[in-house]
Design a protein around this ligand. Structure first.
Ligand SMILES: [Zn+2]
Length: 336
């Protein structure tokens, strides 16, 4: 059955389409002379055997490529067009404005460039509902500063009517205590900004409990909730949606294998789940690849996929989501 897909957790830099990645790398002189596109991609795709330091190098290359307005605009435009072409009709893409300031771009300029790309895609894709989430960065690994994180919250509020639909906390979850960021979410609440939080991805169930208490209604991954029944029950009681990415959780070593992921157990116990790619460009995967895995390894049925998309649309931060919700309700009825 044809039904609209809803993807809420996709990092714009990690989702860079291969054609753009290769072009930017060549323009910046990163590809050794004589090396083919295929060889270059083979070296720069994340895999289960890649060491953490090589993964970090890959992220550093990506960040280095995306330091000007033209590329940021092109990336959000091309990415949303690709998502739409593959059946995603409600898309939230996220990025960290402070990660694009190496060449004197301001956070405002970075956000405006991404919004221009998003607006162009929206104009060209009938029925597409989309929004941008801006990410604060965990202060570990020198990826963010308190000042820039605070500014990110303020900018989420300032650009709220222009396509920025929410806020996130990304980066290395276990580098600094998640509780340190409570003050940022308090500011977001004061400014009327929606948010989701990366929690319980590499971190523990207690990080998920913290994220639930912040009241954003959505959590990035949250899979380690499974270690504490009380936290799983709280997810259900508080009606929290988990944004889960099977392959990403495995590649980042948050689960021992794809076969041992808690997604089926969480879903069967009544936790609402959104299916995502997280960093599809980095990992060389698509959303369809993730659906296929869930069907094959965890027996997810079409009816369950539709229900998961319906829950996700209901929890989306985007304006104009009602039409997608209605289409999914209709598809679910037909399946029942
Ligand atoms: Zn993520």
């Amino acid at each position: 059955m044809d039904y609209p897909k809803v993807e809420l957790h996709c990092h714009m830099d990690g989702a860079i389409p291969e054609r753009l990645f290769i072009r930017y790398c060549r323009e910046d002189g990163l590809v050794p002379e004589g090396m083919s596109d295929e060889e270059w991609m083979k070296k720069n795709i994340m895999s289960e055997t890649m060491s953490l330091s090589d993964c970090m190098k890959l992220f550093a290359i990506l960040t280095g490529l995306l330091q000007n307005k033209e590329r940021l605009e092109e990336l959000s435009y091309e990415l949303l067009k690709d998502m739409y072409a593959s059946g995603t009709k409600l898309a939230e893409i996220r990025f960290s404005p402070q990660s694009h300031m190496n060449e004197n771009l301001s956070m405002e300029e970075a956000i405006e460039a991404v919004l221009r790309g998003r607006n162009r895609a929206q104009q060209e894709c009938p029925g597409l509902v989309s929004g941008i989430i801006v990410c604060m960065m965990n202060l570990g690994l020198n990826l963010g500063t308190i000042e820039n994180n605070t500014r990110t919250v303020e900018l989420a509020a300032e650009y709220k009517d222009q396509g920025v639909v929410g806020l996130d906390l990304a980066g290395d979850e276990i580098a600094t205590p998640i509780e340190d960021y409570g003050v940022m979410f308090a500011l977001a609440r004061k400014l009327g900004v929606n948010y989701t939080i990366h929690a319980g991805e590499s971190g523990s169930a207690s990080n998920v409990a913290f994220a639930i208490r912040q009241g954003g209604g959505r959590i990035g991954h949250g899979i380690h909730a499974i270690e504490d029944d009380a936290v799983v029950n709280e997810l259900i009681d508080k009606d929290v949606l988990l944004e889960i990415s099977l392959t990403s959780n495995y590649f980042s070593r948050c689960v021992p294998s794809i076969q041992e992921h808690p997604i089926r157990e969480l879903w069967d116990r009544g936790v609402k789940i959104n299916i995502n790619t997280d960093d599809p460009g980095l990992m060389g995967i698509t959303l369809k690849h993730e659906y296929d895995l869930l069907e094959k390894l965890y027996g997810f049925s079409e009816k369950e996929f539709i229900l998961s998309n319906l829950y996700s649309a209901q929890k989306s931060f985007c304006e104009g989501k009602e039409k997608i919700i209605a289409e999914l309700e209709e598809a679910y009825k037909k399946c029942s």
